[in-house]
Design a protein around this ligand. Structure first.
Ligand code: F6P
Length: 403
């Protein structure tokens, strides 16, 4: 079968044809392929050569053969928009000083003008560091001082990257988890149980918060807002007294739940948040007087741990589009030789900022989580401060302080 020719549009006035590498790194996330799609097609359209670097940093260190993305058939290129995973494959390797000489030799050998690096805060932080320390030299800049090599594309289902309102992959994870919350509600309602659904997200509760709200979880617990077990138990008791079942959506790092395995970046795996929560609540509920009276103090429990299901599927339409346009803008920046940037979503618009601003640790704030209802606010962020002020005033009044 012949490749479908793509029209070349010389609208951007690029001065030279570049060879641009595309790599994916870190945890899997839906729409990695959509970014590859958007970037490759836009590089093709501008007359550049798009090449894939397999296995992220590992592929560079191992000097893996480049994949000529620019030769992909139209059919294969189009399939990337909606397929899960990464055709280029990922790694979780941390780059250290010891890798710099090797990396330099390999990238020099590849003859790349730049690299579109698709990854989370760890990956992008490393790319920013390599830019800052001028480790790699883009082919076309050998005689100049500009040594920025990378353009970043923020990825992660956890949505915890600073500098962008949203990472691609997040929306798909939320939809997948939401489905499971809804299903769990059906089961626990039928079985009259206390159901706990534990979900990924590392130290950020964005997935739990969104999926819990949209799935109608009765309570959502996230690592950013630890609530005393007694308070949670009282809320559970009220809900049980009304409907005889209750579903809690809990972020995997709630209660400091940590396992013993760590990745190259020292991130410990999260483990047993749901199991520990159930044990704590059972302890509290069994002595609850009203529950005892209604014989609900020994309510049955179910635990559902949503693991890789949150990230292993195909992207939802929103992520295909966000990923595709993130990739397209990254290619456009490469065309303009604006390396050292990261594409990002700001006020609902796709734009770009300095790659050095890509940091982890974007967590849920009090403008998003209401510890009183123990779930996402029903009101938008902009209005929450008004409610918080009124609440604090009422609390002061109750304590006998003047308003
Ligand atoms: O960062 C994304 C993420 O999916 C987290 O939510 C989760 O804790 C972690 O990766 C687990 O990934 P892995 O087992 O691949 O290290």
């Amino acid at each position: 079968m012949e490749n479908t020719p793509v029209p070349y549009y010389p609208t951007t006035g690029n001065r030279r044809s570049q060879r641009v590498g595309i790599a994916t790194s870190g945890g899997n996330a839906p729409a990695l392929n959509a970014v590859i799609h958007g970037a490759t097609q836009e590089l093709n359209l501008r007359g550049h050569e798009a090449v894939g670097i397999p296995k992220g940093w590992d592929g560079m260190i191992e000097r893996q053969r480049l994949i000529r993305l620019c030769d992909l058939s139209h059919e294969k290129l189009m399939a990337l928009v909606y397929t899960g995973g990464s055709e280029l494959r990922n790694c979780r390797t941390k780059i250290g000083y010891e890798h710099f000489p090797k990396l330099k030799r390999v990238i020099d050998g590849y003859g790349l003008d730049g690299i579109i690096m698709i990854g989370g805060d760890d990956t992008l932080g490393q790319a920013a560091r390599l830019n800052r320390q001028k480790v790699l030299q883009p082919v076309h800049e050998r005689n100049n001082r500009n040594t920025s090599m990378f353009i970043g594309v923020p990825k992660t289902i956890d949505n915890d990257v600073e500098g962008t309102e949203q990472t691609f992959g997040f929306e798909s994870a939320v939809q997948a988890v939401r489905r499971q919350v809804i299903d769990m509600k059906t089961d626990t309602r039928t079985m009259r149980r206390l159901g706990v659904i534990e979900v990924m997200g590392r130290d950020a509760g964005h997935i739990a918060l969104h999926a819990g709200y949209a799935g109608g979880a009765d309570i959502t617990l996230i690592p950013e807002f630890e609530i005393p077990a007694k308070e949670v138990a009282n809320r559970v008791a009220d809900i049980l007294l009304e409907q005889e079942y209750c579903v809690i959506c809990v972020g995997e790092a709630y209660g400091g739940a940590e396992g013993n395995e760590a990745d190259g970046f020292g991130h410990k795996n999260k483990q047993d948040a749901g199991k520990k929560l159930i044990a704590l609540l059972k302890e509290q509920l069994k002595t609850h007087p009203k529950l005892r009276k209604r014989r609900l103090h020994n309510v049955g429990t179910s635990l559902q741990v949503v693991g890789y299901d949150a990230r292993d599927g195909s992207p939802v339409a929103f992520d295909s589009i966000l990923g595709g346009q993130f990739g397209g803008l990254a290619a456009h920046l490469a065309d303009r030789e604006k390396y050292g940037r990261m594409v990002s979503l700001q006020n609902g618009e796709i734009t770009h900022i300095a790659l050095s601003r890509a940091k982890g640790g974007r967590v849920v704030t009090e403008l998003e989580y209401d510890p009183v209802t123990m779930r996402m606010w029903n009101i938008p962020k902009g209005v929450v401060p008004v409610v918080l002020r009124a609440r604090r005033k009422a609390e002061r009044a109750m304590r006998g302080h003047p308003a």
